[in-house]
Write a protein that binds this ligand. Structure first.
Ligand code: UD1
Length: 335
């Protein structure tokens, strides 16, 4: 019998790609989402890529009774928890919405799991928990210090999960700290759907290439980096998705109670390198201009992926070229 996985936020960017990888690996899946940052047609696209429809429930994790009933009736072997609000700027404007949605949702989910005797969780965390990193590459034992409400919700959720691991001897959790997921499924059927003006670099560059925006605004060219622009660790979303499948196997095989790992490539690219790589992938000129630094940004942020390689028996397979090619295929399909 295949394992049953409940995926919260399964219609979102990383959730949808993970659902596809889970289906390919033979898992039985129940996808839940409240569509606050996705579209119903993503479910049709997931079905197209998987070759069959994935069972789905429209559910908001803030509804404690609904998630409790869902977990009790489905009785998943594991939960992969993506559902959360994720915009840094919005979190500064609306902190209460972020604390309510991300924390209440996670508490309700953990309580529902506890009620139903479901003891395995894979959690979607972020490199944002490292705040302003003291040095790069960042290892998992680096100091934690989130610097905005979004980041603080991620750090709080990590701590809540670790407390549950401590309190419940049979509870296992894998906490995956994503660096900069980007790209799209190579089929062009699923990808990132930014609400309004994209905050993140790759979807913004894709919209400039598509002629939807006049130019990329590069936030700062006076950072202490080789070309003066910010350096980040961009990781293909399909690699991120596969790491979740690897995390389920690692929890089962090792029996380890708690696993916290970085999901990155270990290689940093500058904003200018991203613009140039996208230009090559799209075969189109991408106009850009240097503007002021964005408040809260750091010069560089990239992972030491050593622990993830060892603990998950996984590594990122795709490089920047594939990220740009796949993001561009997806963007063209949206036009
Ligand atoms: C951002 C968030 C981070 C979150 C992550 C999710 C901030 C400060 N950080 O990370 O908490 O976990 O997204 O994916 O928002 N850039 C431009 N022009 C643009 C957009 C970005 O020059 O229009 C630059 C940024 O200054 C940065 C790089 O591109 O150097 C990447 O930016 P972005 O994609 O927003 O990711 P992060 O800032 O690393």
């Amino acid at each position: 019998m295949s394992k049953k996985i409940l995926v919260t936020g399964g219609a979102g960017f990383i959730g949808s790609h993970t659902v596809v990888e889970l289906a390919a690996a033979g898992y039985e899946i129940l996808l839940i989402d409240n569509f606050s940052n996705s579209e119903h047609w993503i479910l049709d696209r997931i079905a197209k890529v998987c070759g069959n429809r994935i069972p789905f429930k429209h559910l908001d994790l803030r509804d404690a009774n609904a998630i409790s009933a869902c977990v009790s009736s489905y009785r998943p072997d594991s939960v992969i928890h993506f559902a959360a609000l994720k915009s840094v700027g919005e979190s500064v404007q609306q902190p209460l919405a972020y604390y309510e949605n991300n924390l209440t949702g996670t508490l309700n989910l953990l309580q529902a799991m506890s009620n139903a005797g479901c003891n395995q969780l894979v959690f979607s965390s972020s490199a944002t928990v490292y705040g302003v990193p003291e040095r790069c590459p960042i290892t998992e034992d680096a100091p934690l210090d989130a610097v905005n409400p979004y980041g603080r919700t991620k750090l709080m959720m990590e701590n809540v999960i670790r407390d549950v691991v401590t309190a419940q001897p049979d509870f296992q959790a894998a906490i995956l700290r994503y660096f900069n997921p980007a790209g799209a499924h190579p089929s062009g059927e699923i990808g990132e759907l930014p609400l309004g003006v994209p905050n993140n670099l790759v979807p913004f560059v894709a919209q400039v290439a598509a002629g939807l925006r006049p130019q990329v605004r590069i936030f700062g060219n006076d950072y202490p980096t080789p070309d003066g622009t910010g350096v980040r660790d961009y990781i293909h979303v399909c690699d991120v998705a596969k790491a979740h499948v690897a995390a389920l196997a690692a929890l089962d095989d090792s029996g380890v109670r708690e696993l916290t790992v970085n999901l990155g490539t270990g290689r940093g690219y500058s904003v200018l390198e991203i613009v140039h790589a996208f230009q090559t992938a799209a075969g189109l000129p991408i106009p850009y201009a240097f503007v002021e630094r964005r408040p809260g940004d750091v010069a560089e942020c990239y992972a030491d992926p050593t622990l993830s390689h060892r603990a998950l028996s996984w590594h990122a397979e795709h490089g920047l070229e594939r990220i740009c090619e796949d993001a561009w295929r997806w963007q063209r399909g949206l036009r």
